[in-house]
Design a protein around this ligand. Structure first.
Ligand code: PBG
Length: 325
């Protein structure tokens, strides 16, 4: 054979492969989700998420210093709220001295340059475990958006760099942007969970925060996973309303959505490798069925290849440790 083109020429050695490698992972790509609880000296493993922990503020401070030393530059905060503080309107979410507000201050004090992102949604604060206010078994949109706009402002006042609304109410990005602009926080960013699907992949996360819906499901606000085109519509609306970064969630099963967005918009795109994805890989590795490290890496590269700029992942610290060695 005298082939003009041989695809294998550029695969001959690891050096040649490195020269033509299209996608790379760096610590700059990652957002580290962190779960915070009240108390002192608490670092409890989340049973549905092996090797992942809920931490009290003192240990959060230590953790973010370690993350920073590894080159990780952004954390996404979630809080576990005691049942006694939960109500239908998520009143505790607006407490200037609430756990989230203190957690923001704690991270900023430990590592002032760490980018602090915060989850904006009512579910950890809701006695119904829903992302919005419930009236007659319905999650009501507009009153919820009012609370979310106040909640985002409260996070900005506490020092958050970027607020991340994960609730999927209509019009919340515009309301949050307005609230930030009119209250003198023009530089606080919004990472919108713009294409967030109603997914069974969130199961372990809900057990981590004790935030599973008390009735029904989240299908009246989160997207229907049978739909693809709708993701672009949702995302374009959020951009018109003032989002700075958009996000697709879950990750691996939704790479078509990441690529659609990449082909159509120019803002940074984040993808969330969610708790169920993490738990699946951990479980399969524990059974000895797959190799955890190499599969983890392969999945994370898949996000980059699909077109994501940022990856929120429970593997972030592990990857950073491996990238260093
Ligand atoms: C809350 C929220 C959820 C996740 C992030 N923010 C759960 C949900 O929508 O039910 C899921 C993250 C994960 O599974 O890792 N609005």
């Amino acid at each position: 054979m005298h082939l003009l083109q041989r695809n294998r020429r550029l695969r001959q050695s690891s050096s040649i492969r490195a020269l033509v490698q299209e996608n790379h992972l760096t610590t700059d790509d990652f957002i580290v989700p962190l779960f915070v609880v009240e108390g002192k000296g608490i670092k409890e493993e989340i049973s549905a998420m092996p090797d992942y922990y809920r931490m009290s503020l003192d240990l959060l401070s230590k953790e973010v210093k370690e993350l920073w030393a590894l080159g990780l530059k952004a954390v996404l905060l979630f809080v576990k709220v005691p049942d006694t503080l939960k109500d239908n309107k998520g009143t505790e979410a607006l407490n200037p001295n609430g756990l989230m507000q203190r957690a923001i201050g704690c991270v900023k004090e430990a590592v002032p340059e760490m980018v602090v992102l915060t989850d904006v949604a009512l579910d950890p604060y809701s006695s119904f475990g829903h992302d919005g206010i419930v009236e007659n078994n319905t999650i009501v949109n507009d009153p919820t958006v009012e609370v979310l706009a106040q909640m985002a402002l409260s996070h900005a006042q506490a020092g958050a760099d970027i607020v991340a609304p994960s609730d999927m109410m209509d019009g919340r990005i515009g309301a949050i942007r307005h609230s930030l602009e009119t209250n003198h926080f023009p530089d606080t960013g919004i990472l919108s969970y713009s294409a967030k699907y109603a997914s069974s992949f969130y199961g372990p996360f809900r057990s981590a925060l004790d935030s599973a819906p008390g009735f029904g499901d989240k299908k009246t606000y989160q997207m229907d996973f049978h739909n693809r085109e709708e993701a672009l519509t949702e995302t374009l609306r959020d951009l018109e309303e003032g989002a700075d970064i958009v996000m697709v969630k879950p990750g691996l099963a939704y790479l078509d959505i990441v690529r659609d967005l990449r082909n159509n918009i120019e803002v940074p795109i984040a993808v969330y490798q969610v708790s169920g994805e993490y738990a699946q890989l951990k479980a399969a590795a524990k059974l000895g069925l797959v190799d955890e490290n190499s599969l983890m890496y392969e999945q994370l590269i898949a996000f980059k290849r699909a077109g994501a700029n940022l990856i929120a992942s429970y593997f972030a610290k592990k990857v950073a440790e491996q990238l260093r060695s």
